[in-house]
Design a protein around this ligand. Structure first.
Ligand SMILES: *Cc1c(COP(=O)(O)O)cnc(C)c1O
Length: 367
């Protein structure tokens, strides 16, 4: 093993390349000067292209939760519908309530998707002015059927459509404008493979209009502050400039690879990891139609009716770390130990995923 550190195959933060670290190590610049404005302006069109949007894409010096909380605080006066299908989406309901919003949880079992019919039924009550959904629920490795849900949400013009794509943005195509998404957000330590501390989020014109009249937006995450500063190629407060250098370099890499090639690479890697599970009789938690493309969550008893093989997850984790300097995840929240997850996002390649599955095979033998 030549690696000098434990490589992260957990679904965030993920492995960060030497090139990315190097991109961060540049002299500091003032965030109210032309150097920063030029940097901001240079990445904006690339972010818009990546999100398939004409909307502004703001930079938040926070982890994703900052923007997840902000979206609710900026956009709802009536009542929020939080679609809940795992740890992060369940938590969003809790966060909405903690922000003093009226909020309901539309709950399905962990590992199951949010289906459009359910959403329609809830929104038809007319009680809601905002809906939150997690595109790729990282705790269960589940990808919700976003286009079908978008079609439903768009039939309710008063409802703000807030989408967390924290662990899917840049690994999977998400067309913000075509889907009518009002807020599309992601933290940079997942599929972008940057160190944590920066989030990006696109906001639609109608969401910015809504925010103007919503009380209690605060300051740090006020969408209207973001918009006013954006018009000058700036952020409301001092941003995490080293991560913005890293993002600029990463966006260049992304477009050098090409979006479609990047999306296809993630598909291919997902197929390789799923294949490893199949060969070893280990089942994925979500059903076939809803399996995540950027990470795999294997079922180790999370579903009462699952028939797949059971393994000693903590032991597998330990062997992976000791023998191969690879960290995998041992299950999140209430399905800790009853599932395990491996990420295949960011800079991973067929070669590195082969190394991962080879290491997993080696360690399975030791269980
Ligand atoms: C990781 C993750 C979050 C939380 O991100 P933080 O960076 O910890 O704020 C939210 N949603 C999803 C889907 C995630 O994967």
């Amino acid at each position: 093993m030549t690696r000098d550190h434990v490589k992260l195959f957990i679904p965030g933060p993920i492995e960060v390349s030497e090139d990315t670290f190097r991109a961060m190590c540049k002299p500091m610049i003032g965030h109210r000067g032309t150097g920063f404005q030029d940097l901001y302006a240079s990445i904006q069109p690339k972010l818009q292209k990546l999100l398939y949007t004409k909307n502004p894409v703001f930079l938040s010096t926070s982890s994703a939760w900052g923007v997840m909380e902000a979206a609710v605080r900026n956009l709802s006066v009536k009542r929020v519908l939080n679609c809940c299908c795992g740890a992060f989406s369940d938590k969003w309901n809790d966060v909405s309530l903690r922000c003093g919003k009226e909020a309901d949880a539309l709950k399905v079992a962990w590992g199951d998707p949010i289906l459009p019919g359910l959403v329609r039924e809830k929104l038809a009550t007319g009680r809601y002015d905002a809906l939150t959904i997690i595109h790729n629920e990282t705790s269960t490795g589940l990808m919700n059927p976003l286009p079908a849900i978008a079609e439903v949400v768009r039939q309710f013009p008063d409802v703000m459509f807030i989408v967390d794509s924290v662990s899917s943005m840049s690994g999977v195509k998400i067309e913000m404008d075509a889907l009518g998404i009002d807020v599309l957000l992601a933290g940079m330590q997942k599929a972008f493979a940057l160190p944590p501390g920066l989030a990006v989020f696109g906001v639609s014109a109608r969401a910015l209009k809504r925010a103007e009249s919503v009380p209690g937006r605060g300051y740090y995450f006020d969408f209207i502050e973001f918009k006013a500063n954006h018009e000058k190629n700036m952020t409301p407060s001092t941003p995490v400039i080293p991560l913005i250098y890293a993002l600029a370099a990463k966006l260049d890499d992304i477009f050098a690879e090409g979006l479609d090639t990047r999306f296809a690479r993630h598909q291919k890697l997902a197929g390789m990891v799923r294949g490893w599970g199949k060969r070893n009789g280990i089942e994925l938690l979500p059903g076939e139609l809803y399996q995540s493309i950027t990470l795999s969550c294997f079922d180790n008893g999370a579903r009462a009716d699952s028939k797949g093989r059971r393994i000693d997850v903590p032991k597998l984790q330990k062997l992976m770390k000791d023998r191969h300097k690879i960290l995998i995840d041992g299950g999140y929240g209430k399905i800790k130990g009853l599932s395990f997850r491996v990420a295949h996002m960011g800079d991973e390649t067929e070669e590195t995923i082969k190394e991962l599955t080879g290491a997993l095979d080696d360690c399975l033998k030791g269980l």
